[in-house]
Structures are given as structure tokens and as C-alpha cells.
Design a protein around this ligand. Sequence first.
Ligand SMILES: *Cc1c(COP(=O)(O)O)cnc(C)c1O
Length: 429
Amino acid sequence: MSESKRLFEEAQRVLVGGVNSPVRAAIRPYPFFVREGKGPYLITVDGNRLIDYVLGYGPLILGHAPEAVTRRIVEYVSKGWLYGAPTELEITLAKKIVNHFPSIEMVRFVNSGGEAVATAIRLARGYTGRRKILKFEGCYHGAVDSVLVKAGSAAAHFGSPSSAGVPEDVAKLTLVARYNDLDSVEKIMREEGNDVAAIIVEPIMANYGVIPPRNDFLKGLREVADRFGSLLIFDEVVTGYRLGLGGAQRYYGVKADITTLGKIIGGGFPVGAVGAREEIMSKLSPKGPVFNAGTFNGHPISMIAGLATIEVLETTNAYEIAINASRKLAEGLDDVLGRYGIDHTINWVPTMLQVFFTKGEVIDHETASRSNAKIYLNLHEELLKRGVFIAPSQFEAIFTSAAHEDSIINETLRQIEDSMKAMVLNKVN
Ligand SMILES: *Cc1c(COP(=O)(O)O)cnc(C)c1O
């Protein structure tokens, strides 16, 4: 029996589903356990080397254990790592973020993207004195009650819980619109806008596959939010520093009122951040009445790993490599699937892509759901057998990093070709 299989059986006795975050259990035929990560590779406890396109679900834009980040962490850690008092690192990282995000003047560091979202929503409610928020079907904002909400019945605007344990009363305060559909936003806002504290959106939907905003969608949201006096929250936990320095708001030229960050800004260590202009941020404790606190907020190791990562992004050709890798992979995948006559749509943005097994364009939750998830899962499984790790769910992204050199992409494309051959053969037999 493989060591991973043995560990998975053992894990299931003491960890729910054998894992600590559900998508990790979806790997076929069972989750592999990891011994180490290096550059573009994960090495499993069975000694298999996998080219990694999951990258910790987004944070590792430089790949695993990049030298420049490792050195800074190792240097730092002998000085202790938790003081219950501030360090200069927090100022330095906050300054970087303020520089790179035109809409951000001040930052609060927390410990996860979900915490950043919960804080941003509380801040928006505290600032506006309003109760409701508007989100989009298919957007993910972390394991937070008020956004674990899906569209309710067609007649009502308010959402219904997408998780057990979220009270209806909480879900009702969340209105649900359709991504890339300004009319759906307009309709809800005309009826409820005066009680909407914030519109929260992933500027690129990255947790339902990868779905970029169409034409003027983000500009339209900016306009509607302004018209109704609601705040616009861009959840840039994934997109922050992924498309380039700054976020999707810089890439698309639309400013948010409140921005949530996470993932890359911790360099692979736990982190979240809320950023906004001073007028809004001043409502947070200790200056204002909106409470936020955390034992681990601004943790030195997360700060130093994030700083070191951003410094590499600022001073090297890391983005160029990661972006080229994603483009080349998207083009190569398109080519292979085309040659095998398989209906597909590939959505690409710099350093992220996803393939949907459907002919039509994928612009929202509904069109993404038309993808044949079985083909995707087969591809995941066949690739894994051949040393390539893509997320086990259609509704995640394929990420690239600065460690994904041309040779890695070429090897991946060969394995995609072989996987397709195997899948077509299996189907015939
Ligand atoms: C990952 C993610 C979150 C949640 O971040 P955690 O650190 O997992 O809590 C929130 N929003 C978006 C857009 C994310 O991709």
C-alpha cells in the first residue's frame, strides 16, 4: 500500500474527512500526502514528483520555497516570532500595499482571507449604518456566515444559506446578483439599494473556475454603488499581486472603496488584510467603533514572507515568467483539446486559467456549471498519474508561478497529450 493511502486512512480517524479543508479530500483516487515543495514541484511521501499548478490554492506565485523568501524567514526566526507588540515589518508591508493599490491609504492585517472579508463587511456596515450586502452567485469570499449564501427563490432577492449552520436571518441580509450582469444588480439596488452597505465582488471570479469581468461590469458596479451610497468591496484575496503589482482594480482601472487581500501578501504564510482610504479605515478599532482584533494579526513571519515575495516581484522578471507560463499552457491546452475534438472553453488572465468542458463562453456561475465536470475530473486523475497536479475541482483555478519555466510547461503539455490519449482510449473500450 502506498504511504499516502496509509496516512489517509489514519487521518480519517482523527481529522474530519482526513483533511482540514474540504477540497483537499477531492483528490483522486485518494489525497497524496506531501513531503516537501521545491520550485514548481511537490514531492509526495511516496517520492512522486508532481508539477504543481495548485500552488497552495494561489499564494505561491514564486513557486515552493524560493531562495529569497526562505533566507529572510530563516534569518528572522531566531529573533522570536510573536511579541504582542508591533514591528516595523507591518509598516513596511503596509507601505508596499498602499503604493501598489491606488484606492488604499491604510491597512489592517488579519490572519486569513475569510477574516479580511468578515472585517470588511463589518466595516462597511459600521461606516454606512446599513445592514445588507450584495454578493454574486458563484463568488467565494471565505468561510464566513454572511457570504455562505446562494440565490434564494427567483421571486425574492435575498439569499439562502449555502451551508448548514448559517441562520436564515443572516442569509436574508445578503442579496445575490448574477456576475457579469449589471441589470441584475440594478434591479436589486433599485428596490434595496438604500439599505445596502456594500457590494462585494471578486473582480475576477477565481473560485468558480476563472471568469473575468466583461467589458464594463466593474465600472458599472462602481457607478451603481456610488449612486446608492453603498461601498464597493473588491475581494482581491486571489487577484491581489497575481496579475501584476497591485490588483485587478489596477489591471482594469476601477477603484474599490474597501479591498480585501490575502494569499500572496503572506508569501504562503497565514494572512489577510483590509485596505481602504483613511476616512473608512478610521472607523476600525482602536480609532473607531468597528471592532477588530487578533492575537496573530500582523504576524512577523507572515509579514516577512509577504515582503520578501513582493520584493522579488518588484525587482525580477518573476511576473514575466509566470504570465508566459500561463499563456503558453492555455494555448497548448486549447491546441491539444482541439485536436482531440473535445468541446471546451479556456478562460485566461495573467497567471491563472481554467478549462471548461463546454462549447459556449463561460461568463458566470450558470454558464460555468454547463462544463462537463466528469471530463475535468478524469483529466485531473490522468494528469496526477503522470506527475502533474491540477486542482481536483473544475471550480478552482490553474495557477502558474515564476518557477514554471518553459521546460516545465512543455513537459506538462506532453502529459496533457498522453492523458487525452488515455481518456479517449478508455472511452472507446
Ligand atoms: C481564498 C479566498 C478567500 C478566503 O481566504 P482564506 O485565507 O482561505 O480564508 C476569500 N476570498 C477569495 C476571493 C479567495 O480566493
